[in-house]
Design a protein around this ligand. Sequence first.
Ligand SMILES: NC(=O)c1ccc[n+]([C@@H]2O[C@H](COP(=O)([O-])OP(=O)(O)OC[C@H]3O[C@@H](n4cnc5c(N)ncnc54)[C@H](OP(=O)(O)O)[C@@H]3O)[C@@H](O)[C@H]2O)c1
Length: 360
Amino acid sequence: MMSGVRAGLVGVGPVGDAIVAVLKEHGFPLAEPLRVLATSCRTEVLCEEEFLVQETCEEAFQGLDVVFFAGREGAKGASVQWGHCALDAGAWCIDNGSDFRMDPNVPLVVPEVNMDAVTSTTRLIANPNCSTIQMVVPLAPLHRVAKIKRIVVSTYQAVSGWGKAAMEELQSQVPQWGAGGPVEFDPSVFTRPIALDCLPHIDRFTPSGYTKEELKMVNETRKILGVPDLPVTATTVRVPVMMGHAESVNVEFEKEISAERAREILSDPDQSPGVVVIDGPTQDPNAADLRKAPEELQYPTQADVLKPGWRDSVLVGRIRQDETVHSGLNLWVVSDNLRKGAATNAVQIAEKLIERGMLG
Ligand SMILES: NC(=O)c1ccc[n+]([C@@H]2O[C@H](COP(=O)([O-])OP(=O)(O)OC[C@H]3O[C@@H](n4cnc5c(N)ncnc54)[C@H](OP(=O)(O)O)[C@@H]3O)[C@@H](O)[C@H]2O)c1
């Protein structure tokens, strides 16, 4: 009989806050209060609850069963600096950052797609990039049926994907923009004002001309779907939206698949767990008055991800045949980057470990 899980969290930014929210909402079986760590000791309010934050150190991981890493990436980042201490202490580590995602010994997991990548020897699991997670959740069930040949994706990503500083940047710039004055910006966050502009620049540029975010979408999608040479090409764009990423996804398939069949597959929770299709004639009886067009189609937008029933889902709409190829589809895919794109996915991995008797 399970006695509960002793869990820790490293990082109290937007992702850390969302992890606390998801643990609470999902009724995650904590055996003791969540242990919260960051770079310094202080109190922090996360999801409306005050936590005593401890400074991260080797001893801080003792006795934990699982640690959610939601710190910054890189050599001075949380998981590179402290991941091995958590592993040595015997805990499972679920890392939101990119440091270990492409390590062949570390499974890169979206529970709806490839939970079987976790084996009896796994202790460290990488959470994919937010934009990759929301794309593979609806593509995996279509891939199972019709085998994907090529993916072309363009993203419309919220500022919260860059963290708290970026959210503050947009919030302070919008009134300046509205007042018609010059918009001040911090070049260490975005290279230009984000109010009200779209920047085709997420993460650093690489010598190929692609950004690191674009390459993450390519490489992570291949690893998760288990097709190392899958042709994937991405353009990632930061947009002046606070929460939620949207993606225009063009997919070409080996086998024939119609838009109707795709809609059927994606609407079936057994075949497509985590997907909500919002596509087709509107159910809103007032729509005709509002839009003067009763045949208007419904579609999800970034604002929808904040609706309670949809915060942990991937919303799919605008499912259309791509008439320019033998078998192709266009999809509009929307999700909450902090929830399914990070916190929810991490917590769902831990929940699956519990379900499989590997944790708790
Ligand atoms: N935002 C998204 O949509 C999103 C989506 C998917 C994945 N991610 C990834 O998730 C992670 C967290 O994102 P975020 O937006 O919440 O970041 P953030 O706002 O920058 O917060 C990072 C947190 O980690 C702590 N931290 C950083 N380095 C640390 C270290 N060496 N030791 C201990 N604590 C450390 C910081 O502590 P202090 O508060 O003490 O400075 C801070 O609380 C990042 O790796 C990000 O790439 C983000």
